[in-house]
Design a protein around this ligand. Structure first.
Ligand SMILES: Cc1cc2nc3c(=O)[nH]c(=O)nc-3n(C[C@H](O)[C@H](O)[C@H](O)COP(=O)(O)OP(=O)(O)OC[C@H]3O[C@@H](n4cnc5c(N)ncnc54)[C@H](O)[C@@H]3O)c2cc1C
Length: 282
């Protein structure tokens, strides 16, 4: 079991990781090899102390150098759930699960609004994790909503299992092919069903499906962590980045506005010091 499981490889997660590393603590950090699309996509950054006028790509390159020098490797795995146990946490990522004494949630915020019914049917036909739940839908009909080309391999994986896949790419230039794949260019408005998902609503039409996969950069914190207190879609934290769950801290955009690199870095640092304090008190 590691000291801390960090969910998110943006500025907040990286800041927490660097501080824990400097203090000799063990951790895993989950995210993507590009670190964060929100850094990568920034045209020019003018307001980050010490880095005047860098592009997002240059910023990512600097961060990668820093992580490499500190011997920190990001696990390119999507966390599907964080479970608070009596005296530890379990993080599920794909087929793997990881145990940690604490968690820092630094998963950012998703710009795409949740679809009506998404949270209601989560675990009852709605899933955020292709590798965790895909096998449950072998030979079935799926709707796959995807916000980034980064997840196209997951779409291919799901379409390979399903008999029929309705794919909703919410980005330009989607390259998904397959005899059983139907590409739909509009956002579904609602997920409907009774005990489980029955259909997805597209315009006036209901498409009968057995499951809905939502492949996106960040999911709502409440959906990721059961029992977590949220307000307006953000994690409720105090000045020490503590949440209502003992041992679970949150940092960065997921705790609320302003959405800024400097705030994310600061909170990642605060969350890491709260982790150190928590571990010292155990
Ligand atoms: C185009 C653009 C330009 C911007 N320019 C500026 C600027 O000039 N100055 C400024 O201060 N701010 C700017 N921002 C805002 C800034 O990008 C954010 O405030 C900052 O990235 C927040 O950092 P974060 O670590 O909280 O979240 P993010 O950077 O969003 O990182 C979250 C990370 O968590 C990962 N993640 C999410 N869910 C999971 C999961 N379930 N499992 C594993 N990993 C997960 C994501 O893949 C990502 O790596 C800009 C944003 C955009 C989009």
């Amino acid at each position: 079991m590691v000291d801390c499981l960090i969910v998110g490889s943006g500025i907040a997660g990286i800041s927490a990781a660097l501080t824990l590393q400097a203090n000799g603590r063990s951790f895993e950090i989950f995210g993507s090899s590009s670190l964060s699309t929100k850094i990568e996509k920034a045209e020019m950054i003018h307001n980050y102390p010490g880095l005047a006028d860098v592009s997002g790509k240059q910023f990512v390159a600097r961060l990668k150098e820093q992580l490499s020098a500190a011997e920190i490797a990001v696990r390119e795995e999507t966390v599907g759930g964080v479970y608070a146990m009596k005296d530890k946490f379990i993080v599920q990522a794909g087929q793997n699960s990881y145990e940690g004494k604490t968690v820092v949630l630094a998963a950012g915020v998703e710009n795409v609004r949740p679809i009506k019914g998404e949270e209601e049917f989560l675990g009852r036909g709605v899933s955020y994790c292709a590798t965790c739940d895909g096998f449950l839908y072998k030979g079935k009909t799926l709707a796959i909503v995807c916000t980034s080309a980064r997840f196209e391999h997951e779409i291919e994986f799901l379409a390979g299992l399903a008999e029929k896949a309705y794919v909703f790419p919410l980005y330009k230039g989607a390259k998904i092919e397959g005899k059983n794949v139907e590409l739909l260019k509009r956002l579904p408005s609602e997920i409907v069903g009774e005990k489980r998902v029955r259909a997805i609503v597209v315009g006036e039409e209901e498409k009968e499906v057995d499951g809905v996969f939502l492949l996106k950069e960040s999911v709502s914190p409440a959906a990721l962590v059961g029992g977590l207190e949220v307000s307006g879609g953000h994690v409720v934290v105090d000045r020490h980045c503590k949440t209502n769950l003992k041992g679970l801290f949150a940092a960065g955009d997921c705790t609320g506005r302003p959405y800024q690199y400097a705030k994310a870095a600061g909170e990642g640092n605060v969350a890491a010091f709260s982790v150190l304090e928590f571990l010292a008190g155990r």
